[in-house]
Design a protein around this ligand. Structure first.
Ligand SMILES: [Zn+2]
Length: 91
């Protein structure tokens, strides 16, 4: 739907999609942020893309914050369990 003569900028999908990451990072100009919100409100496709990408960004951020990778943590926990367990009986 095209609204003529409005001050609010309107993006179509081709304009909105390349700006999704900048939108998530809030690196767009204020009027572009507005236009993005407006577009995502009315476009299921881009709203879905936005959801997926912002979730992905969260996952990556959490992965970077994680100091020890799970495999290392498992090894450490396993080693601790080994140290605590009684010495195996000699056969
Ligand atoms: Zn769209």
């Amino acid at each position: 739907m095209k609204i003529m003569g409005t001050l609010l900028q309107h993006f179509d999908c081709e304009e909105a999609l390349p700006r999704l990451y900048q939108f998530i990072d809030e690196e767009l100009a204020a009027h572009e942020l507005e236009a993005m919100r407006d577009h995502l409100d009315g476009c299921d496709n881009c709203a879905y893309e936005h959801e997926v990408r912002s979730k992905l960004k969260n996952i990556i951020r959490e992965a970077c914050l994680e100091v020890a990778p799970p495999s290392l943590r498992e090894r450490v926990v396993g080693r601790l369990a080994e140290l605590r367990s009684p010495r195996p009986e000699a056969v």
